[in-house]
Design a protein around this ligand. Structure first.
Ligand SMILES: O=P(O)(O)OC[C@@H](O)[C@@H](O)c1c[nH]c2ccccc12
Length: 267
């Protein structure tokens, strides 16, 4: 059984909600990203989104854009992100890995080669936010053959398309809480709970929510109605703020602990 399914089954038995952090791989460097993944697990994360840095992250706000720029300085690409997953697994991390990438890097890589590599690198899920609907059947077919879940994104504007987007979905459905780009938010639109409830009517697989969630109180609000909560920018900002500590061997552990503490309070 796919590790993502196993994770949600275990959490459901314990009446818990999955905490799903996102981080940009290679920010501030590849080795540090591997160590941060271990910290995320130690802090209570259940699944982790490994972000492939991209030069044109059109759905990302400034925090993740800056993280992508820092990672791209090290020429981090899809393979190095998958290698980070393998290194984290070798270091004892048990979390399921979701590879988060825009579609262009996948196309440039080549679909055959991409799915061969994804399978070889212990990736359990894919999120491709700008995957065109007309191409999603091809990607889903290949993913199923590789036993990898393609996680669909549903936005409040999806309305009439919710049913078709989530039909046949595997892993979990990712509800985007707000319109616009990623980034911490102090509030959410009034109908967000209603939107999530609507999505849940169309699917039996777990439903997670992301976009804007930046503190324990917001995470708790959504944990009441969802099976998972995704947090990206707030964690990427913690990594960004910890960089001076991470880059000095004397204060590296302090930097890692700072990130772990932030994520632990979210859990
Ligand atoms: O950063 P936020 O607001 O916490 O949202 C999660 C988000 O980072 C992560 O899931 C993600 C990163 N880039 C994206 C682009 C589109 C959709 C989702 C994402």
């Amino acid at each position: 059984m796919n590790l993502i399914d196993q994770t949600f089954n275990r959490l459901k038995e314990n009446e818990q909600t999955a905490l799903i952090p996102f981080l940009t791989i290679g920010d501030p460097d590849l080795d540090t990203s591997v160590e941060i993944i271990a910290e995320l697990e130690a802090a209570g994360a259940d699944i982790v989104e490994l972000g492939v840095p991209y030069s044109d992250p059109l759905a990302d706000g400034p925090v993740i854009q800056r993280a992508s720029q820092r990672a791209l300085k090290h020429q981090v690409n899809i393979v190095s992100c998958m290698e980070a997953a393998v290194k984290a697994r070798a270091a004892g991390v048990k979390l399921p890995f979701i590879l988060f990438t825009y579609y262009n890097p996948v196309l440039q890589f080549g679909l055959d080669r991409f799915f061969d590599e994804v399978k070889r690198h212990d990736i359990s899920g894919l999120i491709i936010p700008d995957l065109p609907v007309e191409e999603s059947a091809e990607i889903t077919k290949r993913a199923e053959a590789a036993e990898i879940h393609v996680i669909p994104l549903v936005a409040p504007t999806s309305q009439a398309r919710i049913k078709s987007i989530v039909a046949g979905a595997k892993g979990f459905v990712y509800c985007v809480s707000s319109l616009g780009v990623t980034g911490e938010r102090s509030s959410f639109f009034d109908g967000v709970e209603g939107f999530i409830g609507q999505v849940k009517e169309y699917t039996d697989i777990p439903v997670a929510v992301g976009f804007g969630i930046s503190n324990g109180e917001q995470a708790a609000r959504f944990a009441r109605i969802c099976d998972g909560v995704v947090v990206g920018s707030a964690i990427v900002r913690q990594i960004e703020e910890a960089i001076p500590l991470l880059q000095n061997t004397d204060t590296r552990q302090e930097g890692l602990l700072q990130i772990r503490k932030f994520v632990a309070q979210l859990k």
